[in-house]
Design a binder for this molecule. Structure first.
Ligand code: BEZ
Ligand code: FE
Length: 283
C-alpha cells in the first residue's frame, strides 16, 4: 500500500487516503435529513465566524490549511482524531446498546487480515520479539454470557516504535494484524507484544493544527479490535492499559473506563490479561 520510503505524515496520510478511497462509501441518508445536517453545519460555521469576528486573512489561512490537509492526504487522520469519537459515541447511545463499548476505528484498519487459530501468536518481526510479550485471552459472548460459536476477533496494532504495517515502510504486509477464529465457545488466546504509547503523524497539517492550540499528538498504548459473530452486532473498539501514559489525555479522545486492561506479569516473563467481549444482537 505504501510506495514511499519514509514514515512521514505525508506518506502515511496518503496511504490512509488511498485505503479509504478503495472502500465502498455510501449511506442511506434521505435528502431531507442531508439538507438538515448541511444547514446545521453551515449554521455552526456562521456562529463561530461571528463569535470570533474572523478576519479575511484568517479565512485565507484556513483555506490554505484545508488545501494542505488534502494534499498531504491527511483527511482520514484529522477526521479520525477530532471527529470520529463523537460519531462513535452517538451511535452507541442512539442504538441503546448494552454490550461492550466501542471506540474509534482510526485510519489504520485493513480488512481481510490473515486468519489465525484461536490460540495463536500474531505475525511479528524479530525486533517485535524483543518487546514484552502480552498474552491476551478471553471469550466472545452474547448478552446472557453464552459463548458464541463462529466468532472472530480482528486485532491490529502498532509496533513499539508506533508504526502500523501497510502505513509505514519496511514492515511485513500483515505485521501485527490478524483475524483470530475463535473456538466453538468463542474463546481465544492471542500472544502479541505489549504496545507502547505513540504519536500520531504530526509533521504535516494535522500536527500544525495541534501545535496551534497547544495540544500534544500522543495516543495511549492501545490494541485495536473488531469483533464479529453470526447474528450479532459487530463491535469496533480499542483496549488500553491501566496507569498508561495519555490514557486520561488522548489526542483522539477515544479512551473509556470500560476499555482498560490491567495485565499482570507472569512467571514466564510475559504479561497476561483476560477480557471478554459482549455482543449485542444484530439490529
Ligand atoms: C489510531 O488509533 O491509530 C489513530 C486514531 C485516530 C487517528 C490516528 C490514529
Ligand atoms: Fe491506533
Amino acid at each position: 500500500m505504501t510506495s514511499t520510503e519514509t514514515a512521514t505524515a505525508h506518506a502515511s496520510g496518503n496511504a490512509a487516503t488511498d485505503k479509504f478511497k478503495s472502500e465502498r462509501v455510501s449511506a442511506d441518508t434521505s435528502p431531507e435529513r442531508a439538507a438538515a445536517i448541511y444547514q446545521d453545519v453551515l449554521k455552526a460555521f456562521a456562529d463561530v465566524i461571528h463569535k470570533h469576528e474572523v478576519t479575511y486573512d484568517e479565512y485565507r489561512v484556513l483555506k490554505q490549511w484545508v488545501i494542505d490537509v488534502g494534499e498531504y492526504g491527511e483527511w482520514p487522520l484529522w477526521l479520525d482524531v477530532f471527529v470520529e469519537h463523537e460519531i462513535e459515541d452517538v451511535n452507541y447511545s442512539r442504538n441503546a446498546l448494552t454490550g461492550t463499548k466501542g471506540s474509534i476505528e482510526g485510519p489504520y484498519y485493513v480488512a481481510n487480515s490473515p486468519k489465525l487459530p484461536s490460540t495463536c501468536t500474531m505475525p511479528m518481526t524479530d525486533k517485535d520479539r524483543q518487546a514484552t510479550p502480552l498474552v491476551f485471552s478471553g471469550q466472545v459472548v452474547d448478552l446472557d454470557g453464552n459463548g458464541l460459536a463462529g466468532a472472530t476477533v480482528e486485532l491490529w496494532h502498532a509496533d513499539e516504535d508506533g508504526f502500523y504495517s501497510q502505513f509505514a515502510p519496511n514492515l511485513p504486509e500483515w505485521n501485527l494484524r490478524g483475524t483470530i477464529v475463535c473456538d466453538d465457545e468463542g474463546r481465544y488466546e492471542i500472544t502479541t507484544l505489549q504496545p507502547a504509547p505513540y504519536q500520531i503523524p504530526h509533521d504535516g497539517p494535522t500536527g500544525w493544527f495541534i501545535e496551534s492550540y497547544g495540544g500534544h499528538p500522543w495516543r495511549p498504548a492501545h490494541l485495536h479490535l473488531m469483533v464479529k459473530a453470526p447474528g450479532k452486532r459487530t463491535i469496533t473498539t480499542q483496549l488500553y492499559f491501566a496507569g498508561g501514559q495519555w490514557v486520561e489525555n488522548d489526542v483522539a479522545t477515544a479512551t473509556k473506563p470500560e476499555l482498560i486492561l490491567d495485565p499482570k506479569a507472569g512467571d514466564d516473563g510475559k504479561n497476561h490479561v483476560t477480557y471478554n467481549f459482549t455482543l449485542d444482537p444484530e439490529a
